[in-house]
Write a protein that binds this ligand. Structure first.
Ligand code: EPZ
Length: 422
């Protein structure tokens, strides 16, 4: 297992480029199964989750070619003949569960392993299953697998209201609905940019989805979809991560390239409240921190609210802000495994239920800390970059799931991170 050795205390200066979005790419890859001809997806990041999903697709007989240098995926589903997704792959990457909706639409049948939990607790899929049933799927469970069948080989379609709103369930129901016989309506649908992008990609394949960007999606089923050439969005969570990292050191002056500012939702206004100077262009933002950061509280909510995938990074930044503030996660109540690790670095952070209270500014001292999940890991790297002395971040394989070339990008902007194989 690799670890990072980080020498603090370094500002971030110059430029850093954001890669393609992990969470937008995965639904696009599942959608490609629905085309009668191959699809080409561009701006696909070289991440472990992408490699895992490539293998999930290949198991079905689909041919997947990843031109890594060009960040381009070609997916040819013409030989898709085994509509199943095995546990040993699905357990590695929950989004493999999208195969349920995709295979149902493609083959009228799907056998997909239930995903396991994850680092911070249960991740239910009840809404995925109830939604597919509402479209007319027959769902049975067998030894940890979900077996879904479309009566007469094609789903009738139907209406479903998500409670709570769910990105994954919206994706799965969309994938099943686009080739249903009739019209389907998803209410309280997720409005994340990842979902809008999926709808745009499916419509470019011939699907008929209306209400993009709203919480009510209407899908008129069609019998056939064609392959598409489609460009993936930049990773909004990577963009937010680098923006927050830059804010943590008063001498930083970092321009983050290849972003889509309109994907940042309310994060953009909240970020300005800490006192940074932000200068946006249509695909970049320059971040110049103040001498003293304001402590600003956040609540992680569904889009366009503050993203849960940035709450750990925000809490880490608050250790360097002046004053007391709270981070509450209304999406995942127990996504706080990073808090004790921040404490090891000297942070004043107290967790109560789904809220952590942080008092800053506290100087951080380097120490050995443990990664537990993707976003917690990057937060510990951010803390290490402003801590005095040496910080060891263990089990950085979590990072490799969601951040392409992270240490290379940060070192090019002034960080001192070395990757060591244990
Ligand atoms: C997606 O996960 C993202 N993953 C997550 O990013 C992200 O944190 C999450 O959306 C929220 O934005 C991908 O896109 C691959 P949800 P997903 O279904 O779809 C509850 C990362 O770090 N729920 O929107 O699994 C659920 O418990 C990852 O990149 C049900 O109750 O999230 C949660 O409280 C981590 N029943 C809420 O909905 C269900 O059937 C939102 O979860 C499904 C979800």
């Amino acid at each position: 297992m690799d670890k990072f050795i980080i020498e603090g205390n370094t500002p971030l200066k110059g430029n850093i480029t954001v890669s393609g979005s992990k969470n937008a790419a995965l639904p696009l890859m599942a959608a490609a199964l629905l085309g009668n001809t191959p699809s080409v997806l561009e701006n696909i990041p070289r991440l472990n989750d992408i490699y895992t999903f490539n293998n999930v697709l290949r198991v079905t007989g689909t041919v997947v070619d990843f031109n890594e240098g060009g960040n381009q995926l070609t997916i040819n589903p013409s030989n898709l003949s085994f509509p199943e997704s095995p546990y040993d792959l699905v357990r590695k990457m929950r989004a493999s569960f999208y195969m349920l909706g995709a295979l149902l639409a493609h083959s009228g049948y799907a056998k997909v392993s239930l995903p396991g939990g994850c680092a911070w607790g249960p991740r239910p899929v009840n809404l995925h299953l109830e939604g597919l049933k509402a479209l007319g799927a027959e769902i049975t469970m067998d030894k940890g697998y979900v077996i879904a069948k479309a009566p007469n080989g094609r789903l009738p379609g139907g209406n479903f209201k998500l409670e709570p709103s769910s990105v994954g369930a919206t994706v799965n129901i969309l994938l099943a609905a686009v080739k249903a016989q009739g019209v389907s309506v998803i209410r309280n649908a997720a409005r994340e940019p990842d979902v809008v992008l999926l709808c745009q990609a499916l419509n470019s394949m011939g699907a008929r989805i209306k209400g993009l960007g709203t919480s009510e999606l209407t899908i008129e089923g069609v019998s056939e979809l064609q392959g598409t050439t489609f460009r993936n969005a930049p990773d909004r969570i990577e963009a937010g991560t680098f923006m927050i990292a830059a804010a943590m050191h008063p001498e930083s002056d970092l321009t983050i390239d290849n972003i889509d500012p309109s994907d940042l939702g309310h994060f953009r206004q909240t970020f300005d409240q800490i006192g940074v100077t932000t200068t946006y262009s249509d695909n970049a933002v320059r971040v110049q921190p103040p001498e003293k950061l304001n402590a600003v509280s956040i609540k992680a909510e569904i889009y366009p609210g503050f993203p849960t995938d940035l709450q750990a990074q925000w809490a880490t930044m608050l250790t360097q802000a002046h004053g007391e503030a709270t981070v509450t996660d209304h999406i995942y109540y127990d996504r706080f495994s990073y808090v004790p690790e921040l404490g090891r670095l000297g942070a004043n952070a107290v967790l109560h239920e789904n809220t952590v209270t942080i008092k800053g500014k506290t100087p951080l001292q380097g120490a050995s800390v443990m990664s537990t999940d993707l976003r917690a890991s990057v937060s510990l790297v951010m803390a290490g970059m402003v801590a005095e002395g040496t910080t060891e971040v263990l089990r950085v394989y979590h990072l490799d799931r969601g951040y392409e070339n992270l240490e290379k990008k940060l070192n090019a902007a002034g960080a001192l991170i070395s990757r060591v194989s244990e």
